[in-house]
Design a protein around this ligand. Sequence first.
Ligand code: GUN
Length: 291
Amino acid sequence: MNLIDGKKIAAEIKAEIAEKVKEIKSKGGKTPHLAAVLVGHDGGSETYVAFKIKDCESVGFKSSLHRFEDDVTEAELLAKVHELNNDDDVDGFIVQLPLPGHISEQKVIEAINPKKDVDGFHPVNVGRMVIGLPTFVSATPDGIVELLKRYNIETSGKNCVVIGRSNIVGRPMSILMSQKAMNTTVTVAHSRTKNLKEVCLNADIIIAAIGVPGFVKGDMVKQGAVVIDVGTTRVPSNETKSGFRLKGDVLFDEVAEKCSYITPVPGGVGPMTRVSLLKNTLLAATKQIYA
Ligand code: GUN
């Protein structure tokens, strides 16, 4: 069994990005700027946004944080989106999800100028991804593709099962894995899938993105399979300072012994997701997707 070290690969890519930023600055270019919009005080969202800001610093980007309380109106939030769309210093921005129930996430996503949509959530960018045009690919699927590539994991002709069909992970992941760069035969499994165990046992690559801790058990995995765990559910723990720890969608101890490769939680997919946002911000700043 080989452990896929997302932390190590992410550090390598971060160093590559930092090098490019240095080069841009040395030529008198503009410092790439990522802005983040955060609504409310959800623990997970606070943590993710804090990491994103820290990541920006570590590669030499500028970052800015735009905070609102839970009772912000949709109109106020949309006004901020328009302001960031029109701010020439901001190369890309994200609105951290989830948003409070009285705000339409879809409306907010669609208000973002696709040229600055470094999350890759705007339908224009999703559509471009689907037909294989240059685009901002959403960070988690992009990070997973990068991990498979950097570990030289053979994907061509393999059976890939993606568990979960969210707009952020499962759906885009399934599309990327079917494209020519990966060449897998993809099955998208979800809550209504029958015989999930049999479906998984047929998989050479399993990508678990359902958000149910320990969902993928040892008896669901074929000997020699590659297992990618996207789960990051917070469960209470008295062994950590924060009072919780992250649990993956894969029952690691049972599954790991069967795998050729497996990602741990934490330290697998998570660091790659963070680095892909930096990658997209650099693409936006250097106008490599849109002129
Ligand atoms: N919430 C969970 N994941 C993400 C993400 O990748 N981007 C944003 N904006 N919100 C999220």
